[in-house]
Design a binder for this molecule. Structure first.
Ligand code: AMP
Ligand code: MN
Ligand code: MN
Ligand code: MN
Length: 284
């Protein structure tokens, strides 16, 4: 019988808010037994060239991917673009706009924190970044280091989410526009960790319907951040709405040992894996 390949289609490197360099990430994926890895940094493809060089020397297939921050009905949603052309000027151009927003947002976050009595957050957060992207994760590290909360989770809850002193509303790309960039780059659009947005069933169904109308094809059914029940619920939605099912750890680095590369639940029965979609690269 043919061996099942191990897929991990959602991971981060130092190009966004992960803590391993692209080279270290690939090496760790190889050790973990991953056969097909997608690098999906937030709003950037900067890590792909280095990851590609690392993967070329190893027995692993690396796909170019990106986790695009989008706005849908005033909410931030994450859409994965899997197997994109990393040179697509349309996609790269779109992502540049998101980087520009990230820079403006970082200044605004720092300004708000200063008004709340915490100076120096912009430089403080920037000291944690290792790539071009400034993420709330970098602010969280700064705030944590300076004793403003006991854990990173706590920092988010107390400072960086809606209603808290360092919150700035995400002015990301409209969902349809972001899907256009991904499709133009030959990639497959997938809703990342769909159970994490706190949406009611009705709203989630609405999101999925609009996502499909805009050319979306996949739902991340298995995720490092989904419980078993959430996985089964998302599997049912993927079947009902005829979306391919994707699987990814959302690995950010060894500091979160409860999420590991390639250590994922199997896709529940009846799901059609995204690696069986038209346009999925042939993996020897
Ligand atoms: P950003 O895209 O810059 O707004 O940052 C979002 C990132 O922050 C996510 O990709 C997560 O990695 C991280 N994050 C969001 N919420 C939390 C939380 N409650 N605890 C820890 N990390 C979080
Ligand atoms: Mn992240
Ligand atoms: Mn995400
Ligand atoms: Mn992610």
């Amino acid at each position: 019988m043919e061996m099942m390949s191990c897929y991990d289609l959602h991971s981060h490197s130092t190009a966004s808010d992960g803590t391993l360099t692209p080279t270290e990430l690939v090496s760790r994926a190889v050790t973990a037994g991953v056969d097909v890895l997608a690098l999906t940094d937030h709003d950037t493809l900067d890590g792909y060239a280095e990851a590609g060089r690392a993967a070329a020397a190893e027995d692993i297939r690396l796909l170019a991917g990106v986790e695009v921050s989008v706005v849908w009905k005033n909410m931030t949603i994450h859409v994965l673009g899997l197997n994109v052309d990393p040179e697509s000027q349309i996609l790269l151009g779109g992502l540049r706009g998101l980087l520009a927003f990230r820079d403006r947002r970082a200044e605004e976050i720092a300004h708000k924190l200063e008004k709340a009595g915490i100076p120096g957050a912009l430089a403080g957060a920037a000291a944690y970044r290792r790539g071009r992207i400034l993420s709330r994760t970098h602010f969280a590290h700064f705030l944590h280091e300076h004793g403003h909360a006991a854990s990173l989770r706590d920092v988010f809850k107390r400072y960086l989410v809606k209603g808290k002193p360092g919150y700035v509303r995400g002015q990301w790309a409209p969902m349809n526009e972001a899907l256009g960039w991904i499709i133009e780059a030959g990639g497959l659009p997938v809703i990342a960790h769909p159970a994490r947005y706190g949406l009611t069933r009705t709203k989630l169904a609405r999101l999925i319907a609009e996502f499909r109308e805009a050319g979306g094809v996949g739902l991340e059914v298995v995720s490092g951040s989904h419980s078993r029940d959430e996985t089964l619920h998302m599997a049912a939605l993927s079947r009902e709405h005829k979306l391919f099912a994707s699987a990814g750890s959302d690995y950010h680095g060894p500091e979160k040992p409860w999420v590991n590369l390639g250590r994922l639940r199997p896709l529940p029965n009846g799901c059609t894996p995204i690696w069986e979609a038209d346009g999925w690269p042939h993996v020897a």
